[in-house]
Design a protein around this ligand. Sequence first.
Ligand code: SF4
Ligand code: SF4
Ligand code: SF4
Length: 265
Amino acid sequence: MLAECVAFVLLGVSAPAHARVAGAIQLSASKLTGALATSAGAWIIWMVVTLLLGRVYCASFCPAGVLQDVVSRGMSLVFRRPLRYRKHEGRAVRWWVLTAYAGAVVAGIGVVALLVDPWPAFMNVVEQVSGHGSDARAIAGEAGLGLLAGFVCGLVSLFVFVGFALATGRDFCNDVCPVGSILALASGRSAMHIELYPDRCTGCLACEDVCKAGCIDIKSRRVDNARCVRCFNCVAECGEDAIRYQLNPNGIITPMFRRTRTTPT
Ligand code: SF4
Ligand code: SF4
Ligand code: SF4
């Protein structure tokens, strides 16, 4: 998906059909790219998919998300140490950012969208790094930016993507990205979700370590499915089959977790 999106940005309408499809399904929180890639149809489709499956868009289809994973993986290979992330509670900052972002878009401050809206920001980064492309240049123009300002915005976005990925995994996706915040509203109630089985869990914390969204809390036996980006690292890591991606809520089966009936005295 990353390669397809880069090809789409660089080649525009002359890109292969599959690369144009990859560009057409991308989400933008603003109307900035409405004429280029984002449509109401893409939002409707992805919201339905998110209600069914969770944020699979964030796991595998968003090039900005995949870019962050590539950076994290690259750091792990260079320093020869496994990927490890820190759990944390959901932060209210994402709603402040989303509100400020919406206000900026309504006020016509296009540069904000170019900095934090992942698809326009990604296109601008590719454009500025490569020195090619036409769509991203058009986007910078729509944002009222000249060549130099567009270049600076591209550098800032690249720094933000790489910096967040190196420092925190996917915290950009859960604290900053307006698309992620909107998708989280549906993902928290998705039909398929990550479910923990406390009766199987040994508390080894391996799943917490590999959760790039930091959304598993073994202490409270809780998974925040709104922030989960459906990478399935936890499912692959758990040797006890105690964390699963499934349709039904967990049925706790061992006696120590059954609700006991109290006899009135
Ligand atoms: S949260 Fe935003 S940047 Fe992260 S993967 Fe999802 S859409 Fe892309
Ligand atoms: S990896 Fe499995 S056993 Fe270990 S803490 Fe996570 S759910 Fe429990
Ligand atoms: S490790 Fe599991 S809980 Fe964490 S983001 Fe990936 S799928 Fe979601």
